[in-house]
Ligand binder design. Structure first.
Ligand code: FES
Ligand code: FES
Length: 211
């Protein structure tokens, strides 16, 4: 079967063009293997206060707080889900506020009070939110649970402080821990097991106790 003349030309042109492009973009192996001109990681001595205890660490300045907690302090309660600030599994409390620890550098949190799930309560002395999660079956696999509990504690603090949210119906009235408020404020914490309704029940009970 004969091939049309113009197709042959196009194909040849394409091959010539492609090899030229490859030659232009190819990086010699020797160049690729060059060491980083910065000389590698920049280490820094920092002190982190976690669950009331000060820890001296020497860290690459690019280390996230989540990696510092899990890999250097071996506090593995805070989970790494997405590592991109999208799931909430890594939520910890920093000076009482909920923070995705995968999105903040450890070095930025010197001097702050960092609380992880390990510092919230103990097996023989659970935090009320931990106890309520157990009572209301607020988890299945438990992977998201440390983040949910830390967020839950902060969320009830926000509501108690009268901080409104996107769904607060009347800014002139006190904020209440309605299902809608809880669901809106907890929307950054994803649960792949779908334990949401039980989490709302647990938080509602704790809010009632606090009220
Ligand atoms: Fe931090 Fe998902 S691991 S938000
Ligand atoms: Fe499994 Fe939430 S309990 S992801």
């Amino acid at each position: 079967m004969s091939v049309p003349h113009d197709f042959e030309l196009n194909r040849r042109d394409l091959m010539v063009g492609g090899s030229t492009l490859a030659a232009m973009t190819a990086v010699p192996a020797a160049v690729k293997a060059q060491p980083n001109s910065t000389g590698g990681a920049a280490l820094s001595n920092i002190s982190l206060t976690v669950n009331g205890q000060a820890h001296a660490l020497e860290l690459d300045t690019r280390t996230t707080l989540l990696d510092a907690l899990r890999e250097h302090l071996h506090l593995t309660g805070s989970k790494k889900g997405c590592d991109h600030g999208q799931c909430g599994a890594c939520t910890v409390l920093i000076d009482g506020r909920r923070v995705n620890s995968c999105l903040t550098l450890a070095i930025m949190n010197e001097g702050m009070e960092i609380t992880t799930i390990e510092g919230l309560g103990a097996p023989d002395q659970l935090h009320p939110m931990q106890a309520a999660f157990i009572k209301h079956d607020g988890y299945q696999c438990g992977y998201c649970t440390p983040g949910q509990i830390c967020s839950g504690v902060a969320v009830l603090g926000e509501i108690k402080a009268g901080i409104p949210s996107h769904v607060t119906p009347d800014l002139m009235q006190p904020v209440t821990a309605s299902d809608e408020e809880i669901r809106e404020r907890m929307s950054g914490n994803i649960c792949r097991c779908g334990a949401y309704s039980n989490i709302v029940e647990a938080m509602t009970e704790v809010a009632g106790r606090q009220g």
